[in-house]
Write a protein that binds this ligand. Structure first.
Ligand SMILES: Cc1cc2nc3c(=O)[nH]c(=O)nc-3n(C[C@H](O)[C@H](O)[C@H](O)COP(=O)(O)OP(=O)(O)OC[C@H]3O[C@@H](n4cnc5c(N)ncnc54)[C@H](O)[C@@H]3O)c2cc1C
Ligand code: FES
Length: 254
């Protein structure tokens, strides 16, 4: 099946001034995405910006793909202003996915990193100890949905406006690093800004945790051709769009 296709907009929902959910219906057949994979999206009504932008799959059904994104610059503004019936260009599903968890697992989301993990906790409903952090409570979205899909939800805000105050990585590591034996073989999945993932590595490296991180890098082609998204791995450079975006934490040079 071709990964290049056009899709019709079937829903655009603004959650607040900064976050939007976009539902699209692929025209023709398409592959089913796995949690952690992503798509490159571009409005065809406007070629500025020229390059497609990467977005994690947020939810999917047989005929609909949904994306949750933060409105940042031109491309996300244009996507958030599309109307039902408009058509966009899409490539996907792309990249690696989160390995299947064994038993209960831990998910750590920073900001809009929640978009990538939502699909995972929905697929394995009731099994995630979910740590969801943001700068302020206004940046925490879909909290009731996430609570209903999780075994336990801990909210963390840097300005202490909601839940635990501080960094989500500290809240998570403090909660799970009670004894080393609890950590052996535990599956931890994380998506958020790179400093957050780096901090998580500092707290969890060498403790026997199976930790998988979804990295975000600026992407040009999204399909492994331009080398615009490489990061340093332990033994070699890795293309985030091709070998990633999901990596085992110990594959990456932090
Ligand atoms: C594999 C992958 C999956 C992604 N999934 C999602 C998703 O599900 N939801 C979502 O909201 N975003 C996601 N992103 C980030 C998203 O691609 C960017 O936010 C988007 O490309 C911004 O495009 P723009 O033209 O609106 O903004 P631009 O004009 O490109 O950027 C606007 C501003 O935002 C900053 N910026 C851009 N990208 C990022 C970033 N990743 N982190 C921090 N700052 C950034 C830029 O430096 C600039 O200051 C993902 C990125 C990758 C690589
Ligand atoms: S974006 Fe071109 S190789 Fe990854």
């Amino acid at each position: 099946m071709s990964r290049f296709f056009k899709a019709e907009i079937t829903g655009v929902k603004l959650l607040n001034a900064d976050f939007c959910i976009l539902d699209i219906k692929p025209q023709g057949s398409h592959d089913t995405p796995l949690p952690g994979q992503f798509y490159m999206l571009q409005s065809i009504s406007c070629y500025d910006p020229l390059l497609k932008r990467p977005f994690s799959i947020f939810r999917s059904t047989d005929d609909t793909l949904s994306f949750l994104f933060r409105i940042r610059g031109k491309a996300t503004q244009i996507l958030s202003r599309l109307n039902t019936g408009d058509v966009i260009d899409v490539i996907g599903p792309l990249g690696s996915s989160y390995p299947e968890p064994e038993g209960d697992f831990v998910a750590v989301a920073g900001g809009v990193g929640v978009a990538s993990l939502y699909n995972l906790i929905e697929k394995y409903k009731g099994r995630a100890h979910f740590f969801y952090g943001a700068k302020t409570k206004e940046e925490l979205v879909l909290v009731d949905n996430i609570r209903s899909l999780s075994k336990e939800l801990t909210l963390v805000t840097q300005d202490c406006s909601c839940g635990v105050g501080g960094l989500v990585t500290d809240a998570c590591a403090d909660a799970i690093c009670v004894t080393d034996s609890m950590l052996k073989g535990l599956h931890v999945y994380a998506c958020g800004p790179n400093p957050m993932l780096k901090a998580l590595n500092t707290r969890l490296a060498g403790k026997g945790v199976n930790c998988y991180v979804s990295l975000e890098e600026n992407m040009a082609c999204g399909v492994g051709a331009c080398l615009g998204c490489v990061v340093k791995g332990i033994n070699e450079y890795k293309r985030v769009c091709k070998e990633g975006p999901v990596f085992s934490m110990d594959e990456i040079q932090w």
